[in-house]
Write a protein that binds this ligand. Sequence first.
Ligand SMILES: Nc1nc2c(ncn2[C@@H]2O[C@H](COP(=O)(O)OP(=O)(O)OP(=O)(O)O)[C@@H](O)[C@H]2O)c(=O)[nH]1
Ligand SMILES: [Mg+2]
Length: 320
Amino acid sequence: MSHDLGLEMRREAPPLSGPLLSPSPLPAASWRSQMLRSSHRFSIPLRLGKGAGGGAKVAGEMNLLAPVRRDRVLAELPQCLRKEAALHVHKDFHPRVTGACQEHRTGTVGFKISKVIVVGDLSVGKTCLINRFCKDTFDKNYKATIGVDFEMERFEVLGVPFSLQLWDTAGQERFKCIASTYYRGAQAIIIVFNLNDVASLEHTKQWLADALKENDPSSVLLFLVGSKKDLSTPAQYVLMEKDALRVAQEMKAEYWAVSSLTGENVREFFFRVAALTFEANVLAELEKSGVRRIGDVVRINSDDNNLYQTASKKKSTCCP
Ligand SMILES: Nc1nc2c(ncn2[C@@H]2O[C@H](COP(=O)(O)OP(=O)(O)OP(=O)(O)O)[C@@H](O)[C@H]2O)c(=O)[nH]1
Ligand SMILES: [Mg+2]
């Protein structure tokens, strides 16, 4: 049974199994025609069990097949909204990241996808936010998300292809247990609250705690996003922003305020998410390749039975 209540989509995604999507139930040609669009929304059927990292197969195909849209090309680091609550305030990408991109040393980053989960109270505007960015649409009617959906977005950052998988989760309590099984493996968590509803801001701490149960708090990037900015008067907004900045600082999250109705800050926000996630991925890749070089030097020694021996092993036989 697939859930389609309130969702415009839609092609059923392949069932999830473990960290990867299992083979598609659709013929390859059918998936390929879907892939030729640069943004895709999938519903996850309710029958699915646990699974979280999903999408690598789909993303792999997308990287090969779909060209990146011209308006998804990032040549510079998009800036934060408020310096008081930013993940970092540097003007440019980390110099090691820029250098690695120029020298084509970004390893597997161009072939990977990064999972981003979007959580928050019901009706705060999570689905509208994703739809405004991915499809440039806005629906004024509330249609609850049941379980989860995800949308694929492809970017090019500093000349390197980069894909984000945006997971839109249900805010309604009765669907939360389904949605939370998809939290695992996120590289970024977007916690949305309604700028006109202080309770939804208070609840963001619980949403964060739940999402962090399934993720590594030391490596995940956090964003706190106030929605429906168009409904606040400037005076109301200033008051709410003060509280939101404090919460963002406590969480170590980057703060944004958006309107999916008018589109204010939506593109800027997602570009920032893509850029910071990309930067973190490249830095992690460089770290990994550095460790590999130091710790796993491959030696060829014809005197040994094993022709390939790591430097550390060799050392231990010489110096007991
Ligand atoms: N004025 C205004 N209304 C918005 C905005 N964003 C969303 N809405 C409205 O808020 C309602 C809920 O939006 P959704 O995006 O469906 O909310 P959700 O967070 O996905 O809700 P769940 O799926 O139940 O968790 C809809 O009626 C939207 O039209 C906005 O920026 N401005
Ligand atoms: Mg929704």
